[in-house]
Ligand binder design. Structure first.
Ligand code: CA
Length: 449
């Protein structure tokens, strides 16, 4: 079955559970969820020999959260196939740890060749830091999305000033051991990557040391949400669609969106094993072109309903469309008496944001992640200084391949002029100048370095 008829089949099978809908389907063509835009495939282009990929197959892992949208859309809309990659497998991973283990195995052993990653997982896997010393060189090829994450806090902590700036609530948080008989407890889904960085930044900016004043742990999402319901978990650093569910299910409120903490921050990335890319350079560029086209398609509000229909499907996120529509519309209920946020520039963006390219992998962003790792003493003895960080980035970040692919696809107007996005500013006024990361580290009050 091709993808088109599989979608038709799924629709019909779902409809047969409801008699009225089945009757409709017998009378005429039922409306497709998301309309024609959700099922229509783009046409393949005629490929010149120099653009014909070495292989049509690759296995790309993804985690069922909104950051995977570009991979799902590139597959379902035929953007990968358009450039000759017509045997791509987009493979759901049970967790970040599974994705890491599967990329070490590789597709030939039943694992994956690459896919979606939090940062700086590709750098840490390349250096053997999160793989028991097993160094697997990887190439970072594109950013998949910006923003779309947040800090959720349990309902138990309402009315205590746990918003974007928690400095007025710092004593309340630190006093938990006395008042509750345990420390304030917070979670992310994998240590030493994005979600851990966002919640650490937020706590530290408000005067709470995430290593000593609270308990901060890696906990699976479902378990965290259960803990927030029953009062044993206090905060959760997480991606869409969880922020929406936590507020609408009355489990808690949103303390901050990551777009408020750091506007247009780097989020998750596409990275593939270096051996696969080196062996298949044309196929790599074909995949990148597919991702780039998907990202542009997703950002077009005219396609939002189609994106919702495809991504919510049972073979992908497998959630009711109503749960993921608000995040794609950048429509956030915050709770705890705060006004809702309805701002396209505050939610997930895929191709362009208010500064420049989302898709292009700026080396200056890799440098922030590795600098922040130095701040928290994450990789002592392995990444201790900025020079080491820069050397790793030069090995892993392949923005040159992104630029080649963008040029071949005709997206030259969207190629940034520099590998640096320049000085980045956080909500608390701190600045990260990629030309002087030491000044940023010096400016921080709470750190381990
Ligand atoms: Ca994320």
């Amino acid at each position: 079955m091709n993808r088109f008829s599989r979608r038709k089949f799924l629709y019909t099978a779902g409809a047969s559970a409801a008699g009225a809908v089945l009757l409709n389907a017998c009378v005429g063509n039922p409306p497709e969820p998301g309309g024609e835009a959700a099922t229509e495939q783009v046409k393949p282009v005629d490929l010149s020999p120099e653009m014909t990929p070495e292989t049509t197959k690759v296995v790309l892992g993804y985690i069922p959260i909104l950051e995977s949208t570009a991979l799902i859309i590139a597959q379902e809309k035929g953007f990968f196939a358009k450039y000759g990659m017509n045997e791509v497998q987009v493979s759901k991973q049970a967790s970040w740890a599974s994705a890491r283990d599967n990329v070490i195995i590789g597709s030939e052993g039943g694992g994956i060749d690459g896919g979606q990653w939090q940062m700086p997982m590709p750098h840490l896997i390349s250096e053997g830091i999160i793989t028991n010393g097993n160094k697997l060189p990887m190439y970072l090829l594109a950013q998949l999305s910006t923003q779309g994450n947040g800090i959720a806090t349990s309902g138990k902590n309402q009315g205590k000033g746990l918003g974007l700036d928690i400095s007025s609530a710092a004593d309340y948080v630190k006093g938990y051991a006395k008042s509750e008989g345990r420390k304030f407890k917070a979670a992310h889904t994998f240590p030493q990557v994005n979600q851990d960085f966002w919640i650490r930044y937020w706590f530290a900016a408000g005067g709470v040391d995430p290593d000593t004043d609270i308990d901060l742990l890696a906990v699976p999402s479902a378990e965290t949400v259960q803990g927030m319901r029953n009062g044993t978990m206090d905060a959760f650093s997480t991606g869409d669609p969880w922020p929406y569910r936590i507020v609408t299910d009355e489990i808690g409120f949103m303390s901050a969106l990551t777009g408020e903490i750091w506007k247009f921050h780097p989020e998750e990335y596409l990275a593939i094993r270096a051996d696969w890319v080196d062996k298949n350079p044309k196929a790599t560029k074909a995949l990148l072109k597919g991702v780039m086209e998907a990202q542009q398609w997703i950002d077009d509000p005219a396609n939002t309903e189609a994106v919702v229909a495809i991504v919510s499907g049972r073979n992908y996120l497998n959630v009711p469309p109503d749960i993921i529509r608000p995040p794609y519309q950048s429509n956030y209920k915050m709770g705890d008496g705060k006004p809702d946020i309805k701002d396209k520039m505050m939610g997930p963006l895929f191709w362009k944001d208010g500064i420049g390219s989302v898709s292009y992998p700026y080396k200056s962003h890799d440098l922030w992640f590795l600098t922040e790792g130095i701040r928290w003493g994450f990789h002592k003895g392995k990444i201790d200084d900025i020079d080491t960080a820069k050397q790793i980035i030069d090995r892993v970040n392949r923005e040159d391949i992104w630029k080649e692919a963008a040029t071949e696809a005709g997206f030259t107007a969207d190629i940034p002029a520099s590998t640096s996005r320049g000085v980045e500013t956080f909500f608390d006024g701190k600045k990260f100048d990629p030309e002087n990361p030491e000044a940023y580290l010096n400016s921080l009050e709470i750190k381990k370095v």
